[in-house]
Design a protein around this ligand. Structure first.
Ligand code: 9MR
Length: 712
């Protein structure tokens, strides 16, 4: 059959007109099956963020249309009354979707509400809200609570995760054959390891150090950000997530990160063995299991796969990172982490080229990587930031990644970790000689992503080099939003905050498929993700993935049978289907939810009425004397606001191991890393300054200055 006839037949079969309204050449492949959500009756051509918009934030929608001249749009409230109107901007054919589109900007409308709709070109959007900061707060908690239900080696308690209770998986209880005493693959080693715990990676119940590492980094970074930027640290504190470790005085996000770190430590080759200090790349089933599969009922033998330099360096990076964060809560654990990080670094230097091969993909994913220069950079960066030691600084400065452009259009993740190192070198205080340049590089990278976002009529801050969307593209979009968010934290420049707010629209429904990729967020959200535990689509007795689960998203390579048969010829953005068997486009994974958690946490910190306000004071904090393990610091606080500060307090957090023991001209109280200073000078008029002296100890590591202060 001729192509044009085929397209006509498909359109007749679908009864309703195709909604992509692109040229026939583009419309054909996108709309030939119902799976592609091309049905005009359910798929509005007006694409919005289905969760909604912040009252004081950018508000844009994308309209799929054949027209190329501006069209009128109307914003209606829940009662159907037009509350704002305007006209669209023609954007031509969008290369990522093949759709001819226009954008509608209703940012000037600031009133909060629910059930709003946007109409243009004879079609109306799904309902959405304005004033959705609370939804982002919920997203932060949901996205982070995902990790609890992914835990291995512990029973999931139904009262904590309603609907998701299950027996502990892989604790050596039959039919499980792991993970308490796991042998290596034949010929790899002659010892066995107890590698219980950690998180199941995705749908499969494998546990992979490199993917665990990037996920745990993002969780720890979301926590560390509360010390580096104006944020509300309590929101990530003890009791904030749906996890069992409430009431232990440790922020829940760190409790969750520790679950994975403990597992990663168990993957390190023990002293006395030939590759001592290296880290096994992964542990998983000998053969693939089918769907559904309860972890506790998995009968497959588990095997340790060979150590790799990438896994070793990733343990070095995250254990070093964790050491500085856990120090205020558990010094013994912090010391264990730091020792393991040092050992791993030394082992990686001695074995710099042991690569995980792409062929090792039976029973689990390969997570192959044969360039570990970026992992060396990241590990050196975290070791330097935590210890301040010259050897690690030298490794940072000597790395080609230190001056290269690490802000790649295709984003970063488990396979490319230099960006993680760069972001932390830019934000965590240190004596890095070229720190100002490093900070500027993040701002420059973010500007590039912002330009991409603005050039894309769907607001996508992601542009893979060949135009093909990668496996897990949603995660890569979010990774670039992390960079834009970090630029906001560095500069306070509102365009970056607005960029992140706007960039989230794509993931929550403003896209070619009108799909919210986050379960239970938005009218049309993904809920059939590929998962052995949450296989509701296959067995009605099982749950769907929990609220806040991110689907991997459009993947041009469509490697699974369902996607490859139903999406053949898809435009990049349309290479997605919410089907449980479409594992190459629709899986869930810890690294993806970690990036979502980071960005959701940033968004939750952005209030309705503009970014978190600048502090009422400026603080100049300097170390006056450093006697090795003791310090004397001076903080000069100036009231930069227009209001007199009465009975005010100075608040900040250390990123290192400092502990204030005494204050002059003030009283200081330190809880974990957070310090609250009550000055003797309790009234500070606008423009007035006061100086406070603080004495304290440094257990180990550098005596760096705090990064962010608040007064009030
Ligand atoms: O996220 C991984 C992606 O970057 C790779 O291209 C893909 C193929 O190797 O593998 C993805 O990771 C999967 C892993 O191999 C096994 N567990 C599920 C992961 C998410 O799909």
């Amino acid at each position: 059959m001729k192509r044009s006839l085929l397209i006509a037949a498909a359109a007749v079969l679908l009864v309703v007109p195709v909604t992509t309204l692109a040229t026939p050449a583009e419309a054909g492949p996108v709309c030939t099956t119902a799976r592609t959500l091309c049905l005009g009756d359910v798929n509005s051509r007006v694409r919005v963020n289905q969760v909604g918009y912040l009252t004081d934030g950018p508000k844009e929608a994308t309209v799929v249309t054949m027209r190329n001249t501006p069209l009128p749009w109307q914003l209606r409230d829940a009662a159907g009354t037009v509350v704002a109107r305007g006209s669209t901007t023609p954007r031509g054919v969008d290369t990522t979707s093949g759709q001819n589109v226009q954008t509608a900007d209703f940012s000037a409308y600031h009133s909060a509400g629910t059930g709003l709709t946007l109409a243009a070109d004879g079609d109306t959007s799904v309902p959405f809200g304005i004033g959705v900061n609370a939804a982002y707060e919920k997203l932060r908690v949901d996205a982070l609570s995902f990790f609890y239900t992914q835990r291995s080696g512990i029973a999931i308690v139904g009262s904590i995760a309603p609907g998701y209770g299950r027996a502990a998986g892989h604790l050596g209880v039959p039919p499980n054959r792991g993970d308490t005493d796991v042998p290596c693959q034949p010929g790899v080693c002659d010892y066995r390891l107890d590698v219980r715990g950690g998180w199941y990676d995705a749908s499969d119940q494998g546990k992979y150090v490199v993917n665990g590492a990037i996920a745990v980094y993002e969780l720890m970074s979301a926590f560390e950000r509360t010390k580096l930027a104006p944020a509300e640290p309590g929101r990530l504190g003890d009791g904030s997530l749906r996890i069992p470790e409430h009431g232990n005085s440790v922020p829940d996000i760190l409790d969750e990160a520790r679950w994975e770190l403990e597992f990663m430590l168990r993957m390190q080759v023990p002293a006395g063995e030939p590759l001592a200090g290296m880290v096994h790349h992964k542990v998983h089933d000998r053969a693939w299991t089918g769907l559904p599969q309860d972890p506790a009922a998995d009968p497959q033998p588990r095997e340790l796969h060979p150590p790799s330099t990438a896994a070793t360096l990733d343990l070095a990076a995250t254990a070093a990172h964790g050491a500085r964060l856990f120090q205020p809560y558990d010094r013994t654990f912090a010391a264990r982490l730091l020792a393991a990080a040092r050992t791993a670094w030394t082992a990686a230097v001695a074995h710099p080229a042991i690569y995980a091969p792409s062929s090792d993909n039976v029973g689990g994913g390969a997570y192959d990587d044969n360039d570990v220069s970026d992992e060396f950079y990241w590990a050196a960066a975290e070791l330097y930031l935590s210890t301040g030691e010259p050897a690690y600084l030298d490794a940072v400065m000597a790395s080609p990644w230190h001056t290269a452009d690490v802000f790649r259009p295709q984003g970063f993740g488990w396979q490319f970790t230099a960006t993680a190192g760069r972001l932390d070198l830019a934000t965590v205080p240190s004596a890095l000689p070229d720190r100002a340049r490093v900070r500027q590089s993040v701002v420059d990278g973010a500007k590039k992503y912002l330009a991409m976002l603005r050039a894309s009529p769907y607001g996508i801050a992601y542009a893979p080099l060949d135009g093909k969307f990668d496996w897990g593209s949603n995660d890569l979009v979010l990774s670039n939003l992390m960079v834009i968010a970090t630029a906001f934290d560095i500069t306070g420049d509102r365009q970056f905050r607005d960029g992140v707010v706007s960039g989230m629209d794509y993931l929550l429904g403003r896209n070619a498929l009108q799909q919210s990729y986050v379960t239970a967020f938005g009218e049309r959200s993904s809920h059939n993700q590929h998962s052995r535990m949450y296989a509701h689509q296959l067995d009605a007795a099982l749950p769907s993935p929990p609220a806040g689960s991110l689907a991997g998203g459009p993947n041009s390579s469509i490697q699974d049978p369902v996607a490859s048969s139903s999406l053949r010829g898809c435009a990049p953005q349309s290479c997605y289907v919410d089907d449980i068997q479409a594992w190459s486009t629709n899986e869930i994974a810890i690294n993806w939810n970690a990036t979502l958690s980071w960005v959701a946490s940033f968004l939750a910190d952005q209030r309705e009425a503009g970014p978190v306000p600048a502090p009422a004071c400026s603080v100049s904090y300097g170390v006056v004397f450093d006697f090795g393990h003791e310090f004397l610091a001076r903080a000069t606080v100036r009231n930069t606001s227009t209001q007199t500060l009465d009975d005010w307090k100075l608040r900040y957090a250390y990123t290192g191991t400092q502990k204030v023991t005494w204050a002059f001209n003030a009283t200081a109280r330190q809880t974990a890393a957070s310090v609250e200073v009550t000055p003797g000078h309790s009234r500070l008029r606008p423009g007035e300054s006061t100086t406070i002296l603080l004495a304290g100890r440094v257990d180990w590591g550098p005596d760096t200055v705090p990064a962010s202060f608040s007064c009030g």
